[in-house]
Design a protein around this ligand. Sequence first.
Ligand code: IMP
Length: 432
Amino acid sequence: MPITVVVGAQNGDEGKGKVSDIFAARADYNIRYYGGANAGHTTLNDLGEFKLHLSPCGILRGRPSILANGMVIEPNTLVEEIRYLQNRRIAVSPKLLMVSDRAHFVMPWHLLEDEAVETFSGRGGVGSTKRGIAYAYADKMRRRGFRPADFLAHSREQMATKVYDRMVQERERIHFMYGPQFYYTGGLAKAMDECIQAIYKLLPYVTRTEEVLRKALKDGAHLLFEGAQGYYLDIDFGRYPFVTSSSPCAGGIYQGAGIPPTEVPRVIGVAKVYETYVGSGPFPTEFDKDLGGFVRSRGKEFGTTTGRPRRVGWLDIPMLRTSVEANGCQEIILVKTDILSGLSPLKIAVGYQLNGGRCDYVPSTAEEHALCAPVYKEVPGWDYPLEQAKSLGEIEQNAPQLLDYARMIESQVGAKVIALSTGAHHDQTFFF
Ligand code: IMP
C-alpha cells in the first residue's frame, strides 16, 4: 500500500513520535494532516532526543515533510522549530519542508482568546494546550481565517493593515467578553510585528502541497501520515466537548491533506498498555491517587507541550475497540509495556456498567461516559524489567504474561499486535 497512517488509538500522547520516526525512514514523504503545536512528538533515536510540535518526524531523516492544508500553524512556533532543527544540524529547506498554502495561521488573537477562555473556567474551557487551536479552526469555519495563500496574493502593506484591524477588533471583543486583563504579549504592535515577520520568513516554504502529494502518488511514492493527538480527541468521535478541534482519526487524511478517497491506507494504531489523558472530562478507569502517582512518575507522564501531569488509568477495551474499528487499524503497536513491570495482577476494563445494564460502547456524551463503571478482568502481570530486554526472544522467555496480555488485546479489539515497545529508544521496539 502506498499510504501508511500512524494514529493515536487512545487519548493522544501514545508515543506516536517514536513509531512515526521508525517508519519515516522508509517513506518518501512524511505528512501531518491536522492539528498544530498542541501536539508534541518526542523521539529518541541515533541522532539524539528531539521534540517536535509541528513538523513530521521525517524531517529528521532528510525526507520531504509536509504540513498539509488541515493544519493550523502558529508562525513564531514554526520559525522557532526550524531554527531548533537547524541548530541540531538537521537540514531544513523549502525542498524538505513544505507548508500548504491552504493551511491556516494561528494568529495572536487566537492565542489570546484561548488563554482567556481557559482562565475563566466555566466559560467553555476544556483544559486546552493554550495554543489557540480551537479559535484558529473556528475562524477557518467562519471563513475569516488567515492563510499563507493570502500573504502570497497580496502586498505586505495590505496584509499588515488587515491583520492590524483584526487585532484591534478582536482585542475589543475579548475585553468585552472576558475582561481587560487579557492583552497581547508585549502589546499589540510588538505581537503584530513578530507575527508578520514570522509569516514572511515562512513564505518560501509554502506550496500547493495537495498537488505535490497527488503527483507523488501517481509516481508510486510511499506516503507516511503522522497522526497527531488521538482518536478520543477527534472533534466528531472523541469525548465531545473534551476534544481538540480537528480530525486526527485516520479518515482525516482525505480532507486534511487532499488525498483522493479511492486510496486505502495501511493504518497502524499506537496504544499504551494503560490509559493516559490530559485535560478535563470523563475517565472511567482512572487510577486512585497512589497508583496514579506511581505510574505517572515511572512513565514520565507529563505533557510534552504543556508539562501538565497526565491522568492515568487501566486499559479501557471499549474505547480501544471502538477506535481500532473506526480508524480501520489492521495493526497495533503496544507501547510503554515496561512501565507496568512488577504490577500484578493487572486490570483491563472489558466493558462498562451503565444505568444498571451492560454497555460495550463509548457513550456519545461526556456526562453518560462519566457514569460508566468499568467491568474489570484481572490478568497476571510480568515482573521482568522490560526496559532491559534486547530481543523479542528475551521477552517471550521472561515475560510470557505480556504476550498473553497482547493476545488478549488482539482478540478483544480485532487487530494484530505487530510490535512491543519497552522504552523510549528506537532499539527498544520489537516487531513480531
Ligand atoms: P486544544 O487542542 O489545545 O484545543 O486542546 C483540547 C483538548 O485536547 C485538551 O484536553 C488538550 O489537553 C487535548 N490535546 C490537544 N492536543 C493534544 C495532544 O497532542 N496530546 C494529548 N492531548 C492533547
